[in-house]
Design a protein around this ligand. Structure first.
Ligand SMILES: Nc1ncnc2c1ncn2[C@@H]1O[C@H](COP(=O)(O)OP(=O)(O)O)[C@@H](O)[C@H]1O
Ligand SMILES: [Mg+2]
Length: 167
């Protein structure tokens, strides 16, 4: 019997996937992002990176019971909220319910990278976050290294209270 090997083997069935909330994207990437991975979204300004990040968190909070943190180096919370309203996402309500926390790092970045990351960690613990979006790593935050972010995301909560592991 002939066995065919593919040059692009699919990931193991049963991998724990994190839905992005965009059905066509989730289908394309075999169910969602692999839980525990740190994923970089790259693109020119205006290509929808911030919106994708917000949708990922809103979907997680509303549909998956997974709280989230949006750490922004660039945009204020108010601007994010205003833009989110255009898509029907009420970030104020999610914040009040403790399902989402927006963290503006504009001022904390001036105090240093460690201070900024501590602020993010505190927010992760406050809402028992399972999803973290960091916007962005490029032009405005050259001092933050991917490795440092990964160490923050290793503090994301599992569904068991108080028990933390990579998500
Ligand atoms: N899926 C989408 N459908 C409609 N408009 C979108 C979509 N994604 C982004 N936009 C709009 O495009 C503009 C740029 O999006 P944004 O997420 O801020 O991009 P980036 O973060 O890559 O600069 C915003 O006005 C946003 O509302
Ligand atoms: Mg953006």
């Amino acid at each position: 019997m002939e066995t065919r090997r593919t040059a692009f083997p699919t990931l193991q069935q049963g991998d724990d996937r994190v839905q992005t909330g965009i059905p066509s994207l989730d289908k394309l990437i075999e169910g969602g992002l692999v839980r525990g991975d740190t994923t970089i979204v790259a693109g020119q300004p205006g290509t929808g990176k911030t919106t994708l990040g917000l949708q990922f968190l809103v979907h997680g909070a509303v549909k998956c019971g997974e709280n989230g943190v949006y750490a922004s180096v660039i945009e204020s919370g108010e601007k994010l909220k205003r833009n989110a309203r255009r898509f029907g996402w009420d970030l104020d309500v999610l914040e009040k319910e403790g399902r989402l926390q927006l963290v503006s790092l504009q001022s904390t970045m001036k105090a240093g990278v460690s201070t900024a990351l501590e602020t993010v960690l505190e927010a992760l613990h406050t809402v028992k976050a399972r999803r973290l979006v960091f916007d962005s790593l490029s032009a405005h935050s050259p001092r933050i290294k991917l490795r440092q972010l990964e160490s923050s995301s290793s503090n994301l909560h599992t569904q068991d209270e108080g028990n933390r592991e990579s998500a």
